[in-house]
Design a protein. Structure first.
Length: 135
């Protein structure tokens, strides 16, 4: 009887503790991404920090260029990627063109992704619109 009660008590303890939400709090970061004044649809908005305890996170923009993502408190570098399939450029036809008929072309200039200096400090819920230009 004592063993049964102990087992029931342990099962109850495991069932009620579980894997709850735990962890550091997150705050909603949301905004709209535009390129040349038009919504940037189906783009990836990536948030990266130097803190090795925080993994990079990404959100996908919707049909109006909007995104939202819950993030931990930190300073993030923001990168925007929006690749789209297109024809192989003439300078690559001799090499890549032998194997592929299309390649992914990035619609967003490198200064907003590979070379990004865009940053956002997340300390609470944050509105962060990204107004991008082609030149």
């Amino acid at each position: 009887m004592q063993t049964r009660l102990t087992c029931l008590a342990l099962m109850w303890a495991f069932a009620t503790v579980g894997c709850g939400p735990g962890g550091p709090p997150r705050h909603l970061v949301s905004g709209v991404v535009t390129l040349e004044g038009k919504p940037l649809v189906d783009a990836e908005v990536r948030f990266e920090t130097d803190d090795r305890e925080i993994a990079p996170e990404a959100a996908r923009t919707d049909s109006s260029g909007g995104y939202s993502i819950p993030l931990r408190v930190a300073r993030y570098t923001v990168r925007v990627f929006a690749p789209t399939p297109g024809p192989v450029p003439p300078k690559l036809k001799a090499t890549v063109g032998k194997h592929f008929s299309t390649v992914m072309n990035e619609r967003v200039p490198p200064r907003y992704n590979r070379d990004s200096t865009l940053t956002v400090n997340v300390e609470g819920s944050t509105r962060f619109d990204l107004v991008l230009t082609a030149d």
